[in-house]
Design a protein around this ligand. Structure first.
Ligand code: 5AD
Ligand code: SF4
Length: 471
C-alpha cells in the first residue's frame, strides 16, 4: 500500500549505550530531523524506532524538510512505482544540500538493503545507506558521515536477536497514543515468486514471547487502546523459537493484558491460518473480527506459479470456517493483476472468485517485475496497458461489493474506537469498528481514545456514517 508521507515521531530515547556518538551540548540545541516513510506498517514502525534513536541523540522532529539537519528516507521496494517515487524525491532534495552543506541525508529500508551500490552511484549526495537489519548502527553512521565525503554503506544480511531488542527498546512513547504497532517477527521464508521481501528482510525471526508481552503491558499502562502485531507472516510466529509457542498462544496471552481493548495483526498467510487460531479468535474478547487474508489471485494456475501454497477451494473453505465461527467477520484481501502468464480467462476467474467470496475490501496492485525474483524471469510478461485495464475492472467490481456489504451496516449499532477529527471534515469525528470499517460521526473531540457506540445511517464504498448513542 504505497503510502508516501512524512511522519513525525514523538519518541524518547532511554538507552545510554551511544554516549560516544552523542551530539555535543552545543549541537543538541537546534538539530532537527525529518523521516520520509514509504511502504508498509512495518516501515512505519521502523521509522518510530529511528525517531527514538535520533531523539536520543538530541535531534528534534521537524515536519518541514527544509529546516532539517538530517533527512532520512525509510524506503520501500515492493513495487517499481514506489522506487521511482523515492529516487525522484532523493534527487529533488539535492538542492537542499547545495544550500546547506552540513545537511546529512540517509537512506534506510528495503531499497537500501537491495540497491545499495545503485543508490550510491545514482545519488552521490546521499551521506549514508543503512540496511533493514541493523538500525542500531545509525548513531555511528551519522558521526562518520560528518567526516566523510564518500557515501557510507552499512548493511548486514541477517538480523541478530540482541540487535532487535536494542532497537525495540530504544523507542518509548512520550505522547498519548491510542494505537500502537508492535513487531512480533521479522523477515519471511515464503518466497512467493513475485515478492522481493524475503530478499530484503531476510529469514523469519520471532521476537521472544516475554519481550512482546512486556512491551504490550507497558503500552497498556501508557493508555494505548489498540495494538497491531506486525510481521510479514504472523502465523509463522514461534516456529523458530523452539518453545512450543505459536501465534494463537501469543494472541491468547495478549488478550489478558489490562488496558488494551483491541488486538489486530498483519499480515497472515491463508495457508497457515490454523483451526486453533480461528478458535482462539472466537473465544477472545479483544482480537478484532477483521481477517486480512491476501489471496493474490483467484486462479489456481496463477496461485501455483506464485508459489502461494493453497488453492482457491482451500481458501474458500477457510473463509467459510471463519464466517461460521465469526458471523460478523470482515474479510479483506490483496490481489495482484497481470502476473506473468495471466490470460483473460485467468483474470476472469479472479473476478468470479471475488464475486463469490465477497470481500469487504481488496487492496489491488499491478504486478511489478522485481529483478532477482523467479517471476521476473517468467515468459509472457503482461503489457502495462492490459494490466491497467484489468486493475480498473477489478476495482470497479470490488467497489460494488464493498458498497453492498457496507450497506448491511445501516441500522446497526457498532462499537467505534474514536481516533480524532476527520481529515476530510474537521467538524466530524472518525474512528474504526472492530471490523476495521471507518466511521464518520458528529461528537465531542474529548471522546478521542474512547470506545463509543454509533448507529450507522449511511454507507459508502470506503466509509460508514452514523450518530453516536449517548448512553
Ligand atoms: N508486484 C505487485 N504487487 C506486489 N505485492 C508484493 N509483491 C508485489 C509485486 N512484485 C503485493 C502483494 C502483497 C502486498 C503487500 O503487495 O499483494 O500482499
Ligand atoms: Fe512476500 Fe509472500 Fe512473504 Fe508476503 S508471504 S512477504 S507476499 S514472500
Amino acid at each position: 500500500m504505497g503510502k508516501n508521507q512524512s511522519k513525525k515521531t514523538n519518541l524518547l530515547f532511554f538507552n545510554n549505550e551511544t554516549t560516544n556518538n552523542d551530539l555535543s551540548i552545543f549541537d543538541r540545541a537546534n538539530k532537527k530531523y525529518t523521516i520520509l516513510t514509504y511502504g508498509c506498517q512495518m516501515n512505519e514502525r521502523d521509522s518510530e524506532i529511528i525517531g527514538g534513536i535520533l531523539e536520543g541523540l538530541g535531534y528534534q522532529p521537524s515536519e518541514d524538510i527544509t529546516q532539517a539537519d538530517l533527512i532520512l528516507f525509510n524506503t520501500c521496494s515492493i513495487r517499481d512505482s514506489a522506487e521511482r517515487k523515492i529516487y525522484g524525491k532523493i534527487g529533488e532534495i539535492k538542492r537542499l544540500k547545495n544550500n546547506n552543506p552540513d545537511l546529512i541525508i540517509g537512506v534506510a529500508g528495503c531499497m537500501a538493503q537491495k540497491d545499495r551500490e545503485k543508490i550510491a552511484k545514482k545519488a552521490p549526495h546521499v551521506d549514508f545507506i543503512l540496511g533493514t537489519n541493523n538500525l542500531h548502527k545509525l548513531p555511528e553512521l551519522i558521526t562518520r558521515a560528518k567526516n566523510s565525503k564518500e557515501t557510507l554503506i552499512d548493511i548486514v544480511e541477517e538480523r541478530a536477536e540482541i540487535e532487535n531488542e536494542i532497537e525495540e527498546n530504544r523507542s518509548k512513547l512520550t505522547t498519548q497514543k491510542i494505537k500502537a504497532s508492535v513487531n512480533i517477527m521479522y523477515g519471511c521464508n515464503n518466497f512467493c515468486t513475485y515478492c522481493i521481501v524475503p530478499y530484503v528482510r531476510g529469514r523469519e525471526k520471532s521476537r521472544p514471547f516475554k519481550q512482546i508481552i512486556e512491551e504490550i503491558e507497558q503500552l497498556g499502562k501508557e493508555g494505548v487502546k489498540e495494538v497491531t502485531l506486525l510481521g510479514q507472516n504472523v502465523n509463522s510466529y514461534g516456529k523458530d523459537l523452539g518453545e512450543n509457542i505459536d501465534f494463537a498462544d501469543l494472541l491468547a496471552a495478549i488478550d489478558n493484558i489490562p488496558g488494551i481493548e483491541r488486538i489486530r495483526y498483519m499480515t497472515s498467510h491463508p495457508r497457515d491460518f490454523s483451526d486453533k487460531l480461528i478458535q482462539v479468535i472466537k473465544n477472545s474478547s479483544k482480537v478484532c473480527e477483521h481477517f486480512h487474508l491476501p489471496i493474490q489471485s483467484g486462479c489456481d494456475k496463477i496461485l501455483r506459479d506464485m508459489n502461494r501454497g493453497y488453492t482457491t477451494s482451500q481458501y474458500a473453505i477457510l473463509v467459510e470456517k471463519i464466517r461460521q465461527s465469526n458471523p460478523n467477520a470482515s474479510i479483506t484481501t490483496d490481489i495482484i493483476v497481470g502476473f506473468p502468464g495471466e490470460t483473460e480467462e485467468d483474470f476472469e476467474e479472479t473476478l468470479n472468485f471475488i464475486k463469490k467470496i465477497k470481500f469487504d475490501q481488496a487492496y489491488t496492485f499491478i504486478y511489478s517485475r522485481r529483478s532477482g525474483t523467479p517471476a521476473a524471469n517468467l515468459p509472457n510478461q503482461i503489457p502495462l496497458e492490459t494490466k491497467k485495464q484489468r486493475l480498473q475492472q477489478l476495482i470497479s467490481v470490488q467497489n460494488e461489493i464493498s458498497l453492498e456489504l457496507n450497506k448491511n451496516y445501516i441500522g446497526k449499532t457498532v462499537e467505534v474506537l474514536v481516533e480524532g477529527t476527520s481529515k476530510n471534515n474537521p467538524e466530524k469525528l472518525t474512528g474504526r469498528t472492530r471490523t476495521n470499517k471507518i466511521v464518520i460521526f458528529s461528537g465531542d473531540q474529548q471522546l478521542t481514545g474512547q470506545l463509543v457506540m454509533v448507529k450507522i445511517d449511511k454507507a459508502k464504498t470506503w466509509t460508514l456514517e452514523g450518530k453516536i448513542l449517548k448512553d
